[in-house]
Design a protein around this ligand. Structure first.
Ligand SMILES: N[C@@H](CCC(=O)N[C@@H](CS)C(=O)NCC(=O)O)C(=O)O
Length: 208
């Protein structure tokens, strides 16, 4: 088995799906979490951080950047990238839709103007994010659950759970899933009764 070392900040962010994939498969890895203040000195190490960014996954000494490429690599390697072309397609549709949601929410969340931010967050919930959430819930309903690909837990579920979690816990839009009962049930079940439930309960609590 290769030696894996994940390097990221002490945050969930772009690294959490990677951590979940290792946990799901039961594969050991070093979860290296650096402090923000350590980063400027480390960033110039171009061999380790070829793009000056994290996360990176070091596999037997070789660096791989880009969180989503790492997600896909591990999901393929560990068997969570779909058993059929149709499942793989569902995973990719979930992933692209979640990317759209991230692109919409991030600039709003990091807005320094609190009044504007509150208004935009409300709009995000009520109108801006609706096409993406409606699309996700329909995709989910097509397979009937308990996961996006039916009975098999896949990368798509980890990606969907992680963005729901960030919107609910970090952005504090706690009722984001209320209009989509199937997604709310998925989120609850994933938290409470999935192969990752005990990981979710015991993982470090971080800002994002
Ligand atoms: N395309 C990269 C982007 C990575 C990225 O933007 N990482 C941020 C942290 S989330 C970073 O390294 N920021 C520190 C910096 O740029 O100095 C990925 O998806 O992993």
């Amino acid at each position: 088995m290769p030696q894996y070392k994940l390097m990221y900040f002490d945050a969930r962010g772009r690294a959490e799906v990677i951590r979940m994939l290792f946990t799901l498969k039961g594969v050991e890895f070093e979860d290296f979490r650096m402090k923000r203040e350590e980063w400027p000195a480390m960033k110039d190490n171009k061999e380790l951080f070829p793009l000056g960014q994290v996360p990176i996954l070091v596999i037997d000494g070789k660096t791989m950047p880009h969180g989503k490429a790492i997600n896909r690599y591990l999901a393929r390697t560990f068997g969570y990238y779909g058993k059929t072309e149709e499942q793989t397609n569902t995973i990719e549709l979930v992933s692209e839709t979640v990317d759209d949601i991230i692109q919409k929410i991030y600039p709003i969340f990091y807005d320094k103007d609190e009044e504007k931010k509150a208004k935009n967050m409300q709009e995000f919930k009520e109108t801006v994010s609706v096409p993406q959430f409606k699309y996700l819930v329909n995709l989910f309903k097509e397979k009937g659950g308990p996961y996006f690909c039916g009975d098999d837990i896949t990368l798509g579920d980890l990606i969907a759970f992680t963005i729901f979690d960030a919107i609910i816990l970090t952005m504090k839009i706690t009722d984001i899933l209320d209009p989509y009962p199937e997604l709310a049930a998925f989120y609850k079940r994933f938290n409470e009764d999935s192969p990752l439930s005990s990981y979710i309960k015991s993982r470090p609590v971080t800002f994002f």
